[in-house]
Every structure is written in structure tokens, then in C-alpha cells.
Design a binder for this molecule. Structure first.
Ligand SMILES: Nc1ncnc2c1ncn2[C@@H]1O[C@H](COP(=O)(O)OP(=O)(O)OP(=O)(O)O)[C@@H](O)[C@H]1O
Ligand SMILES: [Mg+2]
Length: 318
């Protein structure tokens, strides 16, 4: 297994209280697969993605768990060892590439540096950088541009080109296309798919489940800091087991063929004081008093490869 995350919890220690950004998260990513994390804003998708890189920003802290990358726990690795892995074997791209690109340096300089820090000769790095720009469909002359001279879609391509430099084993892409129009979005998805075909596992984050369905092998659904369901795309779309997953699918016209499309009523909870029991029980039409509001459901495998945290998985079909 390429990546195994076990019982991971991340809290943010803010002035107004402890925000339980992610709690008790366990999943794995296989070599060469595309897994997509979905869930509403604030459900903990970015928190988990950052924790996997061991890059949780302050005031966040990883309070428990393990992140095994090729069997090594990244949370216990000395900084120097970690830096050898990051940017080379595992890399991350962000929703807004301006946050990861340096506005004061040219695209080319930044690409070259990303390679020379890992020991590539400068001349070789330059040659490779131009080749990478072409692979993401940017003319080689963009090498001399500053980030602000590029469009949002072009900037995102630059950050992908940097991520591609070493053929990483894992690419984490946190909403990389959210700010882009549909055509550009599609071309970025194609580039990521090309990386997958060359053996890179794609760990994709989106709030748009229809985007997840198109390219993924598996889908992981988060709600209020918890992983609530994981399965293959077919398992999740054809046979969702968690009422929240069902609600997500019902909100998308292309996926929900059985009647009126519905929005999910209510709001996600405040993670400074999440609800007792199942965190979804306040919004769940199937919740049973005395159980769902008191006892937290265990995240368990109910059919091969299909995991869910619910006391009554798929209850609406019974
Ligand atoms: N730097 C921070 N300081 C305090 N709380 C934070 C911080 N970053 C995230 N949180 C909180 O942690 C929880 C999970 O946030 P996270 O950003 O992981 O959600 P998300 O699923 O990525 O949402 P989005 O779809 O909006 O990107 C939220 O309650 C959020 O308010
Ligand atoms: Mg996010």
C-alpha cells in the first residue's frame, strides 16, 4: 500500500476554542489509483490533505495518528528526511496557485529550484523545466514569465508542471480547478489523468461530487471532520450507505435519476463543539433518538472495500 492513514486527528487551537478539524481518520491509497475526497465546505478535506504531507498550518496540530508512506510514518520522520520525500515522491497542488508560487520570481526560476534542491544539475533542470511546460500545454517561453503575467489556468498548469518534475508516487490536488472555467478545468483533469496513467496516485479534493465521479476509482466522503464513507465510484453512486452520501448525490441532477433534486437541509456543525453521537444526526432524516444522538457509529467495512460510519447503513432501501 502506498499510503496508509490511521486514526489521524488534527485540531486547531484558536483563541475562541479548539476546532476539531479532523478526527479519527483512517483510509489508504493504492499505487496508481485516483481517490477523491468530497464533502461540504469545512468538512476537513484540506485539513486531512495537509496532514498527509505533515504540513498542517498553525494553529493546527496533528494530535494523533499515523501517516504511513511506503511504510514509513511521515509524522515521525526527521525534517531532512521529510524534505527529501516532499516535492519528489509526494507533492501537493493548491486551489490558488498564487499561494505556492513566488510572485517575485519567474516561473522558470521556480521550476529549476524545485529540481536543484533535490540534486538535479542546473542545466539539466532548465531543459527539463521547458519540457514540463510543454507537457502541460504551455509554450516554452512562459519560462521567463512572472506568475502574475499568466492566467489562473496557466498558473495552475505551472504548479502541476513543478509537481510532475520527479514523477511523484502521490499527487495531492486540493480543489485545483475550483477557480477555473469548465474548459480549463477539464484540461487540468486530463493532465492529472495523464499522470495517473504514468503511475502517479492522485489524491483529489473537491466539494463537487460530479467531478469526483468522472475520473476517480474511489471516493471518500467527509462530514464535519469525520470520514463517513469510502468505496469505489460504483459503490458510492449506485449503492450509497450513509444518508449524507445519499444526500450529496441527490443534490446533483446528473447523478440522481429518481425524482426531484434536493438540497441538503440545515448547516454543518461548529467543530468547536460537534454534536454528540453521529455528527450528522441533527440533519439526518433516519436518525433514531437514543442511539444516533448518543453513540458514535464505528467506521467499518460492510461489503468488500466499502466502509461506512452509520448505525443504519442504507436504511432507506429496507
Ligand atoms: N487555520 C485554521 N485555523 C482555525 N480553524 C481552521 C483552520 N483551518 C481550518 N480550520 C477549521 O477546520 C475545519 C476543517 O476545515 P478544512 O479547511 O479542512 O475544510 P475543507 O473541507 O477543506 O473546506 P473547503 O471546502 O471550504 O476548503 C473547519 O471547521 C475550519 O473552520
Ligand atoms: Mg479546503
Amino acid at each position: 500500500m502506498l499510503l496508509e492513514v490511521k486514526n489521524l486527528s488534527v485540531y486547531y487551537y484558536t483563541l475562541s476554542g479548539v476546532v476539531r478539524g479532523a478526527e479519527g481518520i483512517s483510509f489508504s491509497v493504492r499505487e496508481g489509483e485516483w481517490i477523491t475526497f468530497v464533502g461540504e465546505s469545512g468538512s476537513g478535506k484540506s485539513t486531512v490533505a495537509h496532514a498527509v504531507m505533515n504540513l498542517v498550518p498553525s494553529p493546527g496540530r496533528i494530535v494523533s495518528g499515523e501517516v504511513l508512506f511506503n511504510g514509513r510514518n511521515l509524522l515521525k520522520l526527521p525534517g531532512e528526511e521529510l524534505r527529501k520525500i516532499r516535492g519528489k515522491e509526494m507533492t501537493m497542488i493548491f486551489q490558488d496557485p498564487m499561494t505556492s508560487l513566488d510572485p517575485l520570481r519567474t516561473v522558470g526560476d521556480q521550476m529549476v529550484e524545485a529540481m536543484t534542491v533535490h540534486g538535479v544539475e542546473e542545466a539539466e533542470a532548465k531543459r527539463k523545466a521547458k519540457e514540463l511546460l510543454e507537457r502541460v500545454n504551455l509554450p516554452g517561453d512562459r519560462f521567463n514569465y512572472y506568475p502574475h503575467q499568466l492566467s489562473g489556468g496557466q498558473r495552475q498548469r505551472v504548479s502541476i508542471a513543478i509537481a510532475m518534475a520527479f514523477r511523484p508516487k502521490l499527487l495531492i490536488a486540493d480543489e485545483p480547478t475550483t477557480a477555473l472555467d469548465v474548459i480549463v478545468q477539464d484540461s487540468i483533469m486530463d493532465i492529472l489523468n495523464g499522470m495517473k496513467e504514468e503511475g502517479t496516485s492522485i489524491y483529489f479534493v473537491t466539494h463537487d461530487i460530479s467531478l469526483a465521479v468522472e475520473r476517480s476509482d474511489r471516493i471518500a466522503v467527509m462530514y464535519a471532520g469525520k470520514l463517513v464513507e469510502v468505496g469505489t465510484v460504483d459503490q458510492i453512486v449506485e449503492n450509497p450507505l450513509h444518508p449524507y452520501t445519499k444526500a450529496l448525490i441527490e443534490a446533483v441532477p446528473d447523478l440522481w435519476k429518481e425524482g426531484k433534486v434536493r438540497a441538503i437541509p440545515g448547516y454543518p456543525p461548529d467543530l468547536r463543539s460537534p454534536p454528540s453521537g453521529c455528527r450528522f444526526h441533527l440533519r439526518c432524516p433516519y436518525a433514531e433518538a437514543g442511539l444516533c444522538n448518543i453513540e458514535e457509529p464505528e467506521f467499518r467495512e460492510v461489503e468488500k472495500g466499502h466502509f461506512v460510519a452509520c448505525h443504519f447503513p442504507g436504511v432507506w432501501r429496507k
